[in-house]
Design a protein around this ligand. Structure first.
Ligand code: COA
Length: 150
């Protein structure tokens, strides 16, 4: 397996990977997804010897104080082979100088949450609460705002 920082993306390949984990919120607009990848601070891919895309992680960061891991995904055909760990550990080393290394994931009460919490805990992560923090976000479904409001 090879981990590589990539800056250009094949929409079909990216769509297949994100589809494999059911992330329809992204795959409903693959061009937007690829623009988001291009604008990310760093995109790290995991590929096998033949070049097949196995997984990907991307960050949003100022490269000084904060790194936010926005996506970490591995095609389910290759789960439990250490790929997620390899991607995240590479990012943890890359951003070791940042005081905040954060991410959000599904609540523990969901099937996805159960799996992900076990994974992140195995890698040494604490929940926000355990770090004397709290996470907040606007509702994901809310009235559209004009472009100029951004
Ligand atoms: C979370 C995810 C990235 C983990 O990737 P992975 O390559 O399967 O994980 P690894 O093989 O590196 O697992 C490392 C350790 O985490 C733990 N772990 C991983 N998946 C687990 C699961 N389903 N249940 C319990 N523990 C798990 C284990 O301790 C594992 O070590 P082990 O296999 O030696 O027991 C992967 O499940 C995934 O892509 N899920 C769908 C997308 C997603 O939800 N991403 C997270 C969004 S925040």
């Amino acid at each position: 397996m090879t981990l590589t920082e990539e800056i250009t993306f094949d929409p079909k390949e990216i769509s297949q990977l994100y589809d494999s984990v059911g992330w329809k919120g992204y795959t409903c607009d693959v061009d937007k997804l690829c623009r988001g990848l291009t604008k990310s601070h760093l995109v790290l891919t995991a590929r096998d010897e033949s070049g097949t895309l196995l997984g990907l992680a991307r960050t949003v960061s100022d490269d000084e104080s904060i790194c936010y891991v926005q996506d970490l995904l591995v095609n389910p055909k290759f789960h439990r082979q250490g790929i997620g760990r390899a991607l995240l550990e590479r990012l943890m080393r890359r951003y070791a100088h940042c005081r905040f290394f954060l991410l959000s994931t599904a609540h523990e009460s969901t099937p996805e949450g159960k799996r992900n919490h076990a994974f992140y805990r195995q890698l040494g992560f604490l929940s926000y609460e355990e770090n004397q923090m709290a996470g907040f976000g606007l509702p994901r479904i809310r009235p559209p705002r004009g472009h100029s409001d951004r």
